[in-house]
Design a protein around this ligand. Structure first.
Ligand code: DOR
Ligand code: ZN
Length: 344
């Protein structure tokens, strides 16, 4: 197969940032996806419905002219979040999902949740109104090895939460381990997971490949090969529990190439090319449409997109830098390319 046409896909997890960064990156996501779940970890974080609505306006204003793209907005959960905020987010149509960042787990998560008990009223309200919870699934305990933080989170936090509130829809974001794949697979239909391109392509050796590689550093950190294989198998399995979420997380080059570099991989410009390569390598091109354009929408209870998008097998050189950001696969040649719709 040298060409594949799929239902227009969606990105179920992306960081579009704000200000100049938003203007630089938003068009890349809008060029590949019809909709995306937009992360709320701005400075300050989006903890009120009015903040989320204002951010949605800034995103719309930053899109290139003529872009056909719908940002699906999220609220940033903090300790003591009033359930009224959840109900307001739902009834106004502003908020699609709410995000759980364990405090200090990642970029701009200092205002995150210190203990799940502190957001139970909000989570119960979410279950009642049918609003999904997006979870950054890592413990933040410094005594836990960084490569084990996702697996420990399942045992300490996620499994007890699912048992306590089985009606709540939970998206286990950017899964990186065999344990996460197994947990999601064994859970009921209200538990699903997103998968990034970097966790399909790379294992942790990439961070130390001939020297320290800041552009391969993201959170949750890349894991060992056994885990990469498990995540890959889940992505191409055809299971409706696993779907596309890039976690594209741009930081300017200087913020990554630093004595304390930021976590995040900017994969938005060639996200679909990156993902389809994996499905091709696994002999699973027939399952790409489900992963990229169907499973996520169904989980979120949203209509499937009407349009289509075509990818063709042809060489594509990924630039070394784009507007001050280093893209995923920088300097490499990919073997697929999105065919841009030609104007009539
Ligand atoms: O690598 C990451 N970057 N992981 C996250 O969870 C946050 C993100 C960011 O906002 O930079
Ligand atoms: Zn993220």
């Amino acid at each position: 197969m040298d060409e594949i046409t799929i239902r227009t896909p969606d990105d179920w997890h992306v960081h579009l940032r704000d200000g100049d960064a938003l203007k630089a990156v938003a068009g890349h996501t809008a060029a590949q996806f019809a909709r995306a779940i937009i992360m709320p970890n701005l400075t300050p974080p989006l903890t009120r419905v009015a903040d989320v609505a204002a951010y949605r306006e800034r995103i719309m204003a930053a899109l290139p002219t003529g872009a056909d793209f719908t940002p699906l907005m999220t609220l940033y959960l903090t300790d003591g979040m009033p359930p009224e905020t959840i109900r307001e987010g739902k009834s106004t149509g502003v908020v699609t999902a709410a995000k759980l960042y364990p405090a200090h787990a990642t970029t701009n998560s200092a205002a995150g949740v210190t203990a799940i008990d502190r957001i139970m009223p909000a989570l119960e309200a979410m279950a009642a109104v049918g609003m999904p919870l997006c979870v950054h699934g890592e413990v933040t305990d410094r005594d836990v090895d960084i490569f084990d933080r996702e697996a420990v989170f399942i045992d300490r936090t996620l499994a007890p939460l699912v048992a306590r509130l089985p009606e709540l829809k939970i998206v286990f974001e950017h899964i990186t381990t065999r344990q996460a794949v197994d947990f999601v697979t064994a859970s009921g239909p209200n538990v699903a997971a997103t998968i990034t391109p970097q966790h399909l392509h790379l294992n942790r050796n990439a961070i130390f490949d001939g020297g320290l590689r800041p552009h391969a550093y993201c959170l949750p950190v890349l894991k060992g090969e056994e885990h990469r294989r498990a995540v890959r198998a889940a992505a191409v399995s055809g299971s409706a529990k696993f779907f596309l979420g890039t976690d594209s997380a741009p930081h300017l080059r200087g913020a990554k190439e630093s004595s304390c570099g930021c976590a995040g991989i900017f994969n938005a410009p060639f996200a679909l090319e990156s993902y389809v390569t994996v499905f091709d390598e696994e002999g699973a091109l027939d399952r790409f449409e489900g992963f990229a354009g169907e499973h996520g929408a169904r989980f979120y209870g949203l209509p499937l997109n009407d349009g289509t998008l075509t990818l063709e097998r042809t060489e594509l050189s990924v630039p070394a830098e784009i507007d001050g950001y280093i893209p995923f696969h920088a300097g490499e040649t990919l073997t697929w390319r999105v065919v841009r719709p030609t104007s009539e």
